[in-house]
Design a protein around this ligand. Structure first.
Ligand SMILES: C[S@@+](CC[C@H](N)C(=O)[O-])C[C@H]1O[C@@H](n2cnc3c(N)ncnc32)[C@H](O)[C@@H]1O
Length: 213
């Protein structure tokens, strides 16, 4: 198996020693992307937030610094990712601000209408059934709650970035989408007030949807 294939398998589901290195690396490597994604939204100090596919937990830590009266949850189906996320957020877990679980986006262990905000950074490519998984997220969002998905690979107008995304998508057998496809997926899953932001230069996309009140 080639190096790129190993890498794409690891980012899909980090595992073992290499997986530990990769999730820690992603905390640094994806920080700017996540910051850009979140910059389109205003987070209140009392928010209940869930980060799905939390990887190494870097974004949970970022939220935990902002949210003083709310709570941050993380979930990832990779045991390795959950382990690193818990280490990275040890301080916040001890004071009760953060909780991290192993589990899948397809069956979230949370009650209905619970979260103000659900985020997913660089993870929705790998979800088994995007529409159903978006509906499962919708279930746990409060009325007026928001979903933010931020990805660095999509079918964009920047040809160079698009070709890179297409190559990874072929190698990893995961789909990439146009902005309009994202809009339609969110609509089909029930979301309203859908907003799409693109960073042409970087080839990044942020998709925001709201649960109707
Ligand atoms: C490319 S990494 C991104 C990690 C982190 N969000 C970041 O930006 O650094 C993708 C993560 O999504 C997780 N993931 C993929 N499919 C998932 C699923 N169906 N349910 C939960 N987590 C999933 C993987 O285990 C991995 O940690």
């Amino acid at each position: 198996m080639g190096l790129k294939q190993i890498l794409v398998n690891q980012v899909r589901k980090p595992n073992g020693k290499l997986g530990r290195l990769i999730v820690s690396g992603m905390n640094k490597g994806h920080a700017k992307l996540a910051k850009w994604g979140i910059s389109h939204f205003s987070i209140e100090p009392n928010y209940y937030i869930l980060d799905i596919g939390c990887g190494g937990g870097g974004n949970i830590k970022y939220f935990a610094k902002t949210v003083t009266d709310g709570k941050i949850f993380g979930i990832d189906y990779s045991e390795t990712a959950v382990d690193i996320s818990m280490k990275v957020n040890k301080k916040y877990i001890e004071i009760g601000t953060v909780e991290i679980y192993q589990g899948s986006v397809s069956s979230l262990p949370f009650k209905d209408n619970y979260f103000n905000l659900v985020t997913g950074f660089e993870t929705s490519y790998f979800w088994p059934d995007l529409i159903k998984d978006l509906q499962e997220i919708y279930r746990i969002l409060r009325p007026n709650g928001h979903l933010i998905l931020t990805n660095e690979g999509y079918i964009c107008n920047n040809e160079k970035k698009r070709r890179t995304a297409e190559n990874w998508s072929k190698l990893g057998h995961f789909p990439i989408h146009t902005p309009n496809e994202y809009r339609e997926f969110l609509k089909e899953a029930g979301y309203s007030n859908i907003q799409i932001f693109e960073n042409y230069e970087k080839g990044w996309i942020t998709v925001i949807g709201m649960k109707k009140h």
